[in-house]
Every structure is written in C-alpha cells, then in structure tokens.
Design a protein around this ligand. Structure first.
Ligand SMILES: Cc1ncc(C[n+]2csc(CCOP(=O)(O)OP(=O)(O)O)c2C)c(N)n1
Ligand code: SF4
Ligand SMILES: [Mg+2]
Length: 241
C-alpha cells in the first residue's frame, strides 16, 4: 500500500493504522504522536485539524497522519500556525515542535504567542538535545549532561517552559507530560485541544521524551528510561501548571 491508498483506506481517522514510521528504534516522538492521534480522533476533529511540524525530528511526522499538514523552518511552526488560525478561525491548529525549535531559535515566537493568548495548541517534545542535528546542547539539556557540544558536561543553562508560560499567561492551559504515561498524556493533549475548541486561547503541553540515539543508550533500554523517568522528570516535573 502506498501513502494515498492508506489515506483512502482510513478516510475518517487521523491515525494511519498501518503506516511505518521513520524514527529511530525506541524514539519517544512516535509515543507523543500516538497520543496526539488518539486525542484528535476521540474528539472527532480529523477534518478540522491543521497540523504544523518544525524542522528537527518532529518533521518526520509530516506525512504520518491523515491530516492537512505543513512543515516549516526551524522554530517557525508556532507563528505559522498562528497565521493559519487567523485566516481559518474554525480550524484546530496544532504546532508540534522540538525543544530546540520552541525554546531556542523560536523562543520569541513561542513566548509572544503565549503572551498574546493565541488560540492554538503547542506541543513541545523535550528530549534535552538538538536530536536531528547530532545531539547538540539545547536550552533543556540537564546540568552535567554530556552532549556533542559539551563533552565535559553541560552548564546550568536550562529552560522551565511551562512555569514560564504560566507566569506570562494566567489563563493558558499548561501541562507537562511524559511518553511513559500514555493515558495521562492523551488526556492532557485532549484537554489542550478542547481548550482551543472552546476558544479559551493558548494551550501548551510539553512532553518529556527519550532520544536513545543521542543519549547513547540505544543498546541499553533500561538506561534510557531511567534517565527519562528519574533524571529528566526530577528537573522537569510532570504535572498540570
Ligand atoms: C533556521 C534553521 N536553523 C538551523 C537549522 C538546523 N537544525 C535542523 S534540526 C535542528 C535541531 C532540532 O532540535 P529540536 O528542535 O530539539 O528537535 P529534535 O530533533 O530534538 O526533535 C537544527 C538546529 C535549520 N534547519 N533551520
Ligand atoms: S535522533 Fe533521537 S529524537 Fe530523532 S528520531 Fe532518533 S531517537 Fe528520535
Ligand atoms: Mg530536541
């Protein structure tokens, strides 16, 4: 079956049930996307949803769903979806971005969309690195974590984005989930999209997600999940804000 055949076989479903993905084995992105696909389908919003992906490993989702999709330059997905929403107020606009795209190169876009209470949903995948380009330090890299551009361990620079959004926007929907709690993650994403559907403004879910390739734990799954659930979740609490 090619992409078109699969889309025709599942016309009413955002999820393409039999489509293989292109992420590395054990990657967290497909886990986040699974929760998003279920959330859209359970809300019955496939026909209304516009899906924006950034540059970074998020772009591997560009034809993963049976949704109208757009792919942008690194860090530019959020303003693109803000513009799309203004031109199509009835659309449900979801921006799917990496932590590098949202918190470094696109930080101004991210923060200003939050301050202006733009009525879109932003999902940021926090894997603590710039994954697609080889594991460079991101604004979320944990202090002491050894990455490609900080071989002796990263410094104290990191970003607590849900806390930041809560500070600049008291009415936004803000939550942080994790790939290993799928039911909770799906619920958070559904609530975020419902917030947009109700016209309440900015909704934001950060998701802690594993990158076994750049964490160099590809052959050590226990180490991958220990780092995700013990180290990352200690620095970045999983909760509603
Ligand atoms: C304007 C621009 N600057 C830089 C790049 C190079 N680039 C591509 S992906 C990437 C890092 C992506 O990291 P992140 O957003 O955290 O996503 P991840 O791959 O970790 O999911 C960079 C710097 C680019 N493609 N475009
Ligand atoms: S590099 Fe990391 S984030 Fe990108 S697909 Fe591979 S495991 Fe996933
Ligand atoms: Mg990243």
């Amino acid at each position: 079956m090619n992409d078109q055949d699969i889309k025709l076989a599942f016309p009413k479903c955002a999820r393409l049930a039999s489509k293989p993905h292109k992420f590395c084995p054990g990657c967290g992105h497909p886990e986040v996307l699974k929760a998003l696909g279920f959330a859209i389908d359970e809300l019955g919003l496939q026909k209304k949803t516009a899906f924006g992906v950034d540059i970074g490993c998020s772009l591997l989702a560009w034809n993963y769903f049976n949704l109208d999709s757009i792919e942008t330059h690194h860090g530019r997905t959020i303003p693109t979806m803000v513009g799309f929403k203004k031109a199509n107020p009835d659309a449900i606009c979801v921006a799917y971005v990496g932590d590098g795209g949202a918190y470094a190169i696109g930080a101004g876009h991210f923060l200003n969309a939050a301050i202006r209470n733009e009525n879109i949903t932003v999902i940021v995948v926090n894997n603590a690195v710039y994954a697609m380009t080889g594991g460079q330090e991101a604004p979320t890299t944990l202090p002491g974590m050894k990455v490609a551009t900080a071989p002796c361990g990263a410094d104290q620079y990191y970003m607590h984005a849900p806390e930041l959004v809560r500070n600049v926007n008291p009415t936004a929907f803000v939550a942080r989930g994790i790939t290993t709690i799928q039911v909770g993650l799906r619920k958070m994403i559904k609530e975020a999209i419902q917030h947009q559907l109700d016209g309440k403004g900015f909704s934001f879910v950060e998701v802690l997600s594993q990158c076994p390739l750049n964490w160099k734990t590809m052959d050590k799954p226990q180490a991958t999940f220990d780092f995700l659930e013990k180290e990352m979740a200690k620095t970045y609490p999983v909760k509603y804000y």
